[in-house]
Design a protein around this ligand. Structure first.
Ligand SMILES: [Fe+2]
Length: 230
């Protein structure tokens, strides 16, 4: 896979870079020059296309979680845009056996340095970006404040209404999600395991309504479908 960074940080107009309906064009705020290029690259890479939204939502969450904390925003935002490179179709294997052993974090860490160099990202911050990506999953022990912020934001994205959308959208498209039952099992596991993994008070506060809506959704699924969900 050859990634096309945008040297010089020129903000590519997405309207010219792909044939997407206006409602699908991302228009969120992008400040630093490299963020523009990373956004464009992820817009091209994120497949299925709805996976794109995880990155800007995650970036926005890190801004909220990081408010008042002493952390490197460059590191967190770059890691937020690049951490899931390895989960996109085209970058990960489709074969179920290969997918079950796929290390998407290793993939992201292998490609992120070249991508960041190509977008004129500060070279001295690349190791910290990789460290944050390496420690972003719930089972990880984040060793830096940047990794804590990214990991908490990523956990929040697996709860609430967005967590439901992200999970259910995989049914029939991801070989690990054959039916609603698989999606509901993942959501139940998320609800049971993830809230306790959050490290920041701000994250726990943001998680409260997400937990409530996920609980209500799972209870409604049980009420409506019982043993016939499939
Ligand atoms: Fe993620």
């Amino acid at each position: 896979m050859k990634f096309s960074g945008k040297p010089g940080g020129r903000c590519i107009n997405l309207a010219h870079s792909l044939q997407a309906p206006a409602t699908m064009r991302y228009k969120g705020p992008v400040s630093n020059h490299y963020l523009c290029a990373l956004r464009d690259l992820i817009w091209e890479q994120a497949r299925p296309v709805e996976k794109f939204g995880h990155q800007p939502r995650l970036a926005a969450l890190t801004e909220i979680l990081g408010a008042g904390l002493d952390y490197d925003r460059d590191v967190v935002l770059a890691a937020a845009w690049l951490h899931d490179l390895g989960v996109f179709i085209g970058n990960r294997p489709e074969n179920p056996a290969a997918l079950s052993h796929w290390d998407h974090v290793a993939y992201a860490c292998a490609h992120a340095p070249e991508i960041l160099r190509n977008v004129d990202y500060p070279a001295n911050k690349i190791p910290a970006v990789l460290e944050a990506i390496r420690q972003h999953q719930p089972g990880d022990e984040p060793a830096t404040i940047e990794a804590v912020i990214l990991r908490d934001a990523d956990i929040l994205e697996q709860l609430g209404a967005v967590g439901m959308l992200r999970t259910v959208s995989k049914v029939g498209r991801d070989t690990r999600f054959r039916s609603f039952t698989d999606a509901v099992a993942v959501l139940r596991r998320n609800l049971q395991d993830l809230p306790a993994q959050l490290r920041l008070d701000a994250s726990r506060h943001l998680a409260e309504p997400r937990i409530r809506i996920l609980e209500a959704f799972l209870a409604a699924v049980e009420d409506e479908a019982g043993p016939n969900l499939f």
